[in-house]
Design a protein around this ligand. Structure first.
Ligand code: NAD
Length: 365
């Protein structure tokens, strides 16, 4: 049959190999089974002090060689070095990280140089557990890299562990997941497979977040958001970082803004900026959010769940904008649907700083 080159489907997709165990109230038994299956003997549990008691319940059936609780967001190199020294000292052969993306990030930093396997038990919706991306921060600059050795061999999802995550943090973290999905649709390695994951992630998160907000103790809402977070991370790992991630990465690494809240706040502005130049992605986002306009659908969802509004609330200042724009410009992904000028980035950050209406941001561009 003759091929029509204009319509034939061509892509190069890599699916990461990882076991995923999902089940409410099953983390404890699933972890014990995984440790046995992996024949691990020297287990280092990485958890922040705040989630320690939760982690002790999860690891109750496991013989733990060391508990490491020195965890910090964006993985400062000193924090990574300290954890690597502990791993060497106890000759850890398995890292079990129980917590949010900061905890997973630290386990990845240890595995990057030590080669240990990682089992991740996430307690937020950040999604780091399903990616082969590591991050380290040194001298106010965050560096990320891709290395399959940091991909957790197993992820154990248990929405019961997220019940204690406060609603505002759950909303911010869930929107971090939504941002993975949206940005995946125009990221450098966007393809039909990761787009399918992303669109389903948007749909599930769009349904789950209002349920979670209405009833934070409900299994359905928590399960749905956790499942959506996994889909979002798979899409992101496969598609790579788009413009949104590059912006948030600079804001987090250089200005130490909180990861989830930053993603949640910046997303509507990047969507508003790119959407007119990415009509197919726009239509799919709109449809997944149950409407006919992506930005309006996101605005409606954000209002419904009281999403974070202003970067100013998280320590970003007007005087930081020129430096941020300067660094972001060095990282703009090739192939972003819309050319990214210094003026556009400046407008975007001013609007996100103040929480002004995304629709008024790029009117003169
Ligand atoms: P986090 O891990 O710092 O957690 C945020 C806060 O929630 C912390 O205070 C934590 O103690 C608390 N917390 C976590 N679970 C809780 C629970 N169940 N109950 C109550 N409190 C709980 O933040 P995050 O947003 O999960 O992750 C952000 C980090 O992850 C950043 O460093 C980011 O760069 C990284 N990240 C990396 C990737 C990747 O692919 N490499 C992807 C997403 C995020």
């Amino acid at each position: 049959m003759p091929q029509d080159n204009k319509t034939s489907l061509v892509f190069d997709h890599v699916t990461l190999g990882q076991r995923v165990l999902f089940g409410f109230g099953r983390a404890r038994s699933n972890l014990a089974d995984e440790v046995a299956r992996l024949k691990a003997r020297r287990i280092m549990v990485i958890v922040s002090e705040r989630e320690r008691s939760l982690a002790e319940e999860v690891a109750a059936e496991v013989d733990v060689a060391v508990w490491h609780t020195d965890v910090a967001m964006h993985v400062p190199v000193e924090t990574a070095e300290a954890a690597r020294a502990v791993a060497r000292e106890v000759e850890a052969d398995l890292l079990v990280c129980i917590g949010g993306g900061s905890t997973t990030g630290l386990a990845k930093a240890v595995a990057l140089t030590g080669g240990q396997r990682v089992v991740a038990v996430p307690t937020t919706y950040a999604g780091s557990e399903a990616t082969n991306v590591w991050g380290l921060t040194e001298g106010k600059r965050k560096t990320t890299g891709v290395d399959d050795s940091v991909l957790p061999v197993t992820v154990i999802y248990d929405a019961r562990l997220t019940l204690s995550l406060p609603v505002d943090m759950s909303v911010a973290s869930g929107l971090n997941g939504l941002a993975h999905c949206v940005d995946s649709l125009w990221a450098p390695r966007a393809d039909p497979i990761n787009a399918a994951m992303a669109v389903e992630g948007i749909r599930v998160l769009g349904e789950g977040l209002p349920l979670l907000v209405d009833e934070p103790g409900s299994v359905t809402g928590r399960d749905r958001v956790l499942y959506g977070a996994y889909l979002s991370a798979v899409a992101f790992a496969s598609a790579g970082s788009g413009l949104h991630h590059k912006i948030c990465h600079v804001l987090g690494g250089t200005f130490d803004l909180p990861h989830a809240q930053t993603h949640a706040t910046v997303l509507p502005y990047v969507l508003e900026f790119n959407a007119p130049y990415a009509p197919a992605a726009e239509a799919r986002i709109a449809q997944a959010l149950g409407g006919c306009d992506a930005s309006a659908g996101l605005a409606e969802l954000r209002e419904r769940i009281s999403a974070p509004q202003r970067l100013a609330d998280y320590g970003f200042r007007r005087s930081d904008i020129p430096t941020a724009v300067d660094i972001i410009q060095q990282h703009v992904p090739e192939g972003n649907p819309r050319p990214v000028s210094e003026m556009a980035l400046t407008r975007l950050l001013h609007a996100a700083l103040d929480g002004s209406d995304p629709r008024d941001t790029f009117t003169e561009e």
